[in-house]
Write a protein that binds this ligand. Sequence first.
Ligand SMILES: [Zn+2]
Ligand SMILES: [Zn+2]
Length: 154
Amino acid sequence: VSGRSGTEVSSWRRRFEETCRERGIRVTPQRLALYEALAADTGHPTAEVLLARLRPQLPSLSPASVYRILDSLEAEGLVRRVSTPDGVSRYDANTGPHQHLVCRVCGKIADVEDDALAGLRLPASNPAGFTAETFDIRIVGVCAPCRSKERSNR
Ligand SMILES: [Zn+2]
Ligand SMILES: [Zn+2]
């Protein structure tokens, strides 16, 4: 698992708990565990991956509750859902503005923050009646581990 340090994860968790408290959102142990597992993983895991990771500590956690919790966290703007061409949703605890680097070999998704991307202008209302609000850029390529594997297989 590529991920954030323990210190980072605890500060993300503190901020999450604060936001929930401010908005009167109940923080259940399952919600907190799920958020924490997501915050620790910068690879944009699927709900299934998160479930498998949390099962040992939360044996009663069902797939249905993982989906329900992720849905409500997304609706509250506390996590971001990243859609993929294969249709399987991936999740992201980073809700700040950023775009995604997608490895076409292993499917890993990494965050990228870049001033040039952040400064892109949205298209004016075109076609007529359409109002652009945000953009979601996927930059497809090969991650470093996959590239070195490709090299050594040659
Ligand atoms: Zn890769
Ligand atoms: Zn992301």
